[in-house]
Design a binder for this molecule. Structure first.
Ligand code: 9MR
Length: 324
């Protein structure tokens, strides 16, 4: 019997970049992680290595070691590389204190950061999450050190600065805006306004952390279509599917597979060109270590189990993509 083609091949047939967000740790230490990533996925996102904190151990130095490791692996395996994230309110360096800077200095600081990082990966990163999670859960612009200092228009500035040094596609990335929610309306308005003003935004990344709640696939379809109608590319960027520990269905793996299947059907049909999951194996899921999430959510949200065996969710995605 010929072995079934891997996910990567099936997705390529549909013109879909199927990817995983990963950390450098298991890439370095786990042969199974490297093998599964290279065989099954055609896109990779460094989960934290390209964030400002990990990149900048001190005021005057950058450490590109981990970021290079992930990006180089992607390039060596002919993968689409998603850079993540140039501007975020979390994971800033420990030494960084906004009060050390005037507003003008903060502007210059952020511009230099974007120029340095996006410029370094000019030839290797295909798409950048330029701004991550700038919209608060109530739809207002999130108040952060960047919104404070850059007087509200830092999102536009960040895209312009990135555009000065890279030809990569430039994305706005966020959670809670996958389906037709109020937050999605706010993200839509933000991006429509940026486009109106000629700001170089190419796409929107929908994270899709389905934790406890699973956004309705038909609503995702309608939402993706309206972003596409604005002229934006749309990608699913951090998908995982977990259950609240107090509300686990009788057959969680089957329910999880059913939801992955629905998203894998809707995503290419609605015009998404990437489906990226938030890790390769359940062993690497951020849900197992982030804050109180291990107590709140089941910790096996991905396509491969702890031993890198494909789960029902994997088969569901392959089947959904194989059907045309
Ligand atoms: O998956 C990422 C994980 O490896 C990091 O440790 C964590 C903290 O930086 O961030 C994870 O990814 C986050 C992403 O950058 C933005 N959306 C929420 C994700 C989970 O916190």
């Amino acid at each position: 019997m010929t072995p079934a083609p891997p996910l990567r091949a099936v997705a390529a047939e549909r013109g879909l970049h199927v990817g995983a967000m990963i950390g450098p740790g298991p890439l370095r230490t786990e042969p199974r992680h490297r093998r599964t990533l290279a065989d099954e996925f055609a896109a990779v996102t460094p989960g934290s290595a390209l964030k400002m904190g990990p990149l900048r151990p001190s005021r005057d130095t950058y450490d590109f070691g981990d970021a290079d490791a992930v990006v180089d692996f992607g390039v060596a395996h002919d993968m689409y590389v998603r850079g993540h994230a140039l501007v975020w309110h979390n994971q800033k360096p420990d030494w960084f204190q906004a009060w050390d800077y005037t507003d003008d200095q903060l502007r210059a600081f952020l511009r230099d950061h974007i120029h340095t990082v996006a410029g370094r990966y000019r030839a290797t990163v295909d798409a950048w999450d330029v701004v991550n999670e700038a919209v608060a859960d109530d739809g207002s612009l999130r108040e952060t050190v960047w919104s404070d200092a850059l007087v509200g228009d830092y999102v536009a500035d960040a895209f312009r600065w990135a555009d000065e040094v890279t030809d990569a596609n430039l994305y706005y990335n966020d959670y809670g805006c996958e389906a037709l929610t109020e937050k999605a309306d706010a993200v839509y308005d933000l991006l429509a306004d940026l486009l109106d003003r000629g700001v170089p935004v190419d796409g929107v990344g929908l994270q899709l952390h389905a934790l406890g709640e699973r956004p309705d696939p038909d609503s995702i379809r309608a939402n993706v279509e309206r972003f596409r109608d604005l002229g934006l590319d749309v990608q699913i960027t951090e998908m995982d599917v977990a259950f609240s520990r107090d509300d686990v269905p009788d057959d969680p793996l089957a329910v999880q597979a059913g939801y992955y299947r629905a998203v894998a059907e809707v995503c290419p049909e609605a015009g998404c060109d990437a489906l990226v999951v938030a890790g390769v194996s359940d062993a690497n899921s951020w849900l197992r270590s982030f804050a109180d999430f291990p107590d709140r959510y089941t910790g096996d949200p991905l396509l491969f189990d702890e031993r890198y065996r494909p789960k029902p969710a994997y088969d569901a995605v392959v089947e959904a993509l194989a059907e045309d």
